[in-house]
Design a protein around this ligand. Sequence first.
Ligand code: DGY
Length: 329
Amino acid sequence: MQKKKVFVTRKIPAKGIELLRKHFLVKVYPKDQVIPRKELLKEVKHCDALLSLLTEKIDEEVLSANPDLKVVSNYAVGYDNIDVKAATAKGIPVCNTPGVLENAVAEHTFALLMALCKRITEADQFVRAGKYKRWEPMLLLGTELEGKTIGIIGLGRIGAGVAERAGKGMGVKVLYHDIKRNKEFEKTYQAKFVSKEDLLKRSDFVSLHVPLLPSTMHLIGKKELAMMKKTAYLINTSRGQVVDEKALVEALKKKQIAGAGLDVYEHEPALTPGLIKLKNVVLTPHTASATIEARTAMSELAAQNIIDVLQGRKAKFTVNPEVYARKHK
Ligand code: DGY
């Protein structure tokens, strides 16, 4: 029997590719760049499974290019790059990689928070610029985390990981807001469930951990930023469009809030004009999950999702499991 074919849109850690190669013919897009749309449309025609990244738009056009496409496995926990509705209509399972990158992202959230509170990037630039001449009593004063309040918006696995580290390890009080209340979590972490408005008004640090949905688009805009404390920091490791970046730049310029730590951007990879000029921001290039551990595990999971579907099983991490109820292709 002819081996099934898998197309991987860009090089990912070897573990996942090796796993796939045990069962299938695997083609990896050879250039270390985002695959051009034309190439993607060409390649998808010849594969049974597509392993995609969040940099590719997997829309109706891509999904329709191959009536025999059996699964799309995204190398990410987020899947806002995929038209899940269109995939569901075609009976194509869409898979993701939850459960393996939460530590990395929760840690990165703290890296951004610490960098802001301790003014690490400013201090680094100061030293590199040869400005460090002597110890100074008032030089680069920062702020401590202990005793402060963090407000977590979105209590999924990552939000909970941030809450755990804040509450248990750092003496930071935890407020959270989510569409669902979690009383068990509240007991374990002495966390308080509050409205979004309350959270914004009371938190010293606001950290965003929601998926990108129509309801979370610009969840933080001009009105919300105006509710935050002047001394508060905003951290976003979720999706850029959750924040109205123009409004954020304005708020930061006016010192309406103290600063922001961003790993994701509204028009990624482009930045809203004015953002990079600001001293009170720390910026990373969507690398919150970029640890060897997380990315290796993500590659294995993305591969396993494909193996399961192509071997006739339900993949464990399918975002549209209703497709399995229908007759399988
Ligand atoms: C995800 O998995 O959704 C992350 O944003 C990738 O780093």
